[in-house]
Ligand binder design. Structure first.
Ligand code: GLC
Length: 597
């Protein structure tokens, strides 16, 4: 009897000591991070480990307390997934609320929260929205790009968030792709230069600095090389082309220490990237020696073949560490647990993924500083930040035509007509990924300056600025008309376009004013080169302004000569688009005029 009691006592002591968590062994900053992670991995249950491998959109949580119940390691706000009133304070409250659930789990491992801050903290009301990357590509200015990302990091950190799914280092090869504007250029060298600068801006030289955030190089790989520019399509290209054009910017991103890489929805020669172990592991971990976190795209594993369990097994065994989900985390976790127990997903693979995720959290110093630093919130949309946004707009504009040096206009000009659907439309000038996933329309969705506002601010008090959206409300004149036309906002596959033609209404507006005798200065608001031949012919001057964001003053600064245009095309500008994608060139890569002295 006595022996049985002693054995039972020994068991209880042994079991208890196994389960006694020595907090110090994973929170003591004196200990090497690798040792702290080794200890955590040694005491984490399987549920706690697989919970770290889920990134759920906050709107996909059935109840917020599921972060605690399922040990969820990451949360995101996908495009447009904003808290109710979308104010900075609401974002910080959402973040801290979810973080506190994570901190109340057995081990208190903090969540890491990601958002698409791709041209400023573009989801949040009042944040500065900078030019989209195609405009930054026109600047060819890495210092400016680094500064923009640095400002974005501050405004993101001010809402508590730790991580942006940016920069997109796609190398768009076909302008029919709806995500062309998210890339810097068709030139991999330029993409690498600006992608590295952006990562430096977001991450600084120490991710534990509260003014820095983790960056994501995306979408790995050849997302911009699909046939016909089809979003999430198939890149039927040789490995040489894949490496020379599309992989090249990732070499620089890894060299800059990018914290994470997002896999692409697209396929390479018929195989989905999310299930391509050669690219996700052999090339990325072997050739490039990337040691950070590979995050999936939005529910992207569901695009793999077979059952959901098979999709999970293939994606994770191929090299996905963190799985981004819109919802359905309970089912996902149940299937992943089943796959690990059955051996289909090796325990070592789980531990490897969790190790990378924990490393990212330690680098961000989330164990010591998990909650929002509320002192930063006044920096959001500050005057200083907007000035940088305005400078970026100035440098992003590309002057394609300037007959008889009609530009710059004199700010003392007596009369000027301002026309076109995008002259007085903040939504159009911001483009996609601006408050809403697909962007917005009109002027009241955030704080900013329209191009019309900028023109009014840029001329003298004696100048008569006449706004006529269609050009129909003005009489004949030989005055100057500034006509702002182009694309309406879009994001991702919603922007795929086979023709890239201007709308009939846009062309009619230009024709209307030309017929009335006006000198035409056309400003194109678009996410990419478009087929502009007819309007270019009717214009005395033509500026490609891309998607400038909230600081419309920057356009007027160029129109009235406060800033001499320096922008150069980041894409070859086609004269036409054939169904096969080949085209004649209207303007070459790097083209851009400046004002004659
Ligand atoms: C989207 C995009 C990706 C984005 C992610 C989260 O589908 O492909 O660029 O970061 O989902 O919003």
């Amino acid at each position: 009897m006595r022996n049985k009691f002693l054995i039972a006592l020994l068991f209880v002591i042994t079991f208890a000591s196994c389960n006694t968590v020595n907090i110090n062994k994973f929170t003591n900053n004196e200990l090497p991070v690798s040792e702290r992670i080794d200890y955590l991995l040694s005491i984490m249950t399987l549920d706690e480990k697989i919970g770290q491998m889920v990134q759920i959109d906050h709107k996909g949580l059935i109840v917020k307390s599921d972060v605690q119940k399922y040990f969820i390691g990451s949360v995101l706000s996908g495009g447009g997934s904003d808290p109710v009133d979308n104010m900075p304070e609401s974002w910080a409250n959402l973040y801290d609320n979810l973080q506190n659930y994570a901190l109340n789990t057995r081990l208190g491992i903090p969540i890491v929260y990601g958002v698409d801050a791709v041209h400023g903290h573009n989801n949040v009301y009042g944040a500065v929205i900078f030019p989209h990357n195609i405009g930054l590509g026109s600047t060819r200015n890495p210092q400016l790009v680094e500064e923009i990302s640095k400002i974005t990091a501050i405004e993101v950190a001010a809402t508590g968030i730790d991580w942006t799914f940016s920069p997109c280092i796609a190398v768009p090869q076909d302008e029919r792709w709806g995500r062309t504007y998210e890339g810097f250029s068709e030139d991999p060298q330029l993409v690498s230069l600006l992608g590295r600068a952006s990562i430096r801006g977001y991450q600084g030289d120490d991710l534990s600095n509260p003014l820095t955030i983790a960056a994501t190089a995306k979408h790995y790989v050849a997302d911009g090389g699909t046939n016909g520019g089809r979003d999430q399509g198939n890149a039927a290209i040789s490995e040489e082309v894949l490496r020379d054009i599309h992989l090249f910017p990732y070499i620089g991103a890894v060299d800059e220490g990018v914290a994470s890489i997002m896999a692409s929805f697209s396929s390479w020669n018929g195989k989905k990237i999310h299930g391509n172990k050669y690219l996700l592991t052999d090339v990325l971990r072997g050739d490039l020696e990337f040691s950070g976190v590979v995050v999936s795209d939005w529910d992207a594993l569901r695009q793999l073949p077979g059952s959901y369990e098979n999709q999970i097994v293939e994606g994770i065994n191929s090299g996905i560490d963190l799985v981004m989900l819109s919802n359905g985390y309970v089912e996902f976790l149940s299937l992943l647990k089943k796959a690990v127990i059955s051996g289909k997903v090796p325990q070592e693979r789980v531990d490897e993924a969790v190790r990378r995720i924990l490393e990212m959290k330690y680098k961000l110093d989330l164990f010591n500083n998990p909650l929002t630093d509320r002192s930063l919130i006044t920096s959001i949309g500050s005057k200083e930040h907007r000035e940088v946004g305005r400078q970026a707009v100035r440098e992003s504009l590309v002057l394609l035509k300037n007959n008889n040096n009609i530009l710059p206009l004199n700010s003392d000009i007596k009369n000027v007509v301002v026309s076109g659907k995008s002259a007085n439309n903040l939504g159009n000038q911001c483009g996609g990924w601006s408050i809403g996933w697909q962007g917005e329309r009109g002027n009241d969705f955030t704080i900013g300056t329209t191009i019309l506002d900028g023109i009014k601010n840029g001329v003298s008090k004696s100048t008569n600025v006449i706004y006529s959206r269609s050009g129909k409300e003005v009489d004949n004149s030989n005055d100057v008309a500034i006509v702002v036309i182009g694309e309406l906002p879009y994001a991702e596959f919603e922007g795929d376009d086979k023709n890239l033609t201007l709308s009939v209404a846009d062309i009619e507006t230009v024709k209307e004013l030309k017929a009335k005798g006006y000198k035409i200065v056309t400003v194109l608001i678009s996410g990419r080169p478009m087929i502009i031949n007819e309007v270019l012919e009717l214009s005395d001057a033509f500026i490609a302004a891309w998607l400038p964001g909230t600081e419309g003053d920057g356009v007027a600064d160029v129109l009235f000569g406060k800033y001499n245009p320096t922008g150069k095309l980041p894409h070859t500008w086609p004269a036409n688009i054939s169904s096969g994608g080949s085209s004649e060139t209207l303007f070459p890569l790097g083209y851009g005029l400046t004002y004659e002295k």
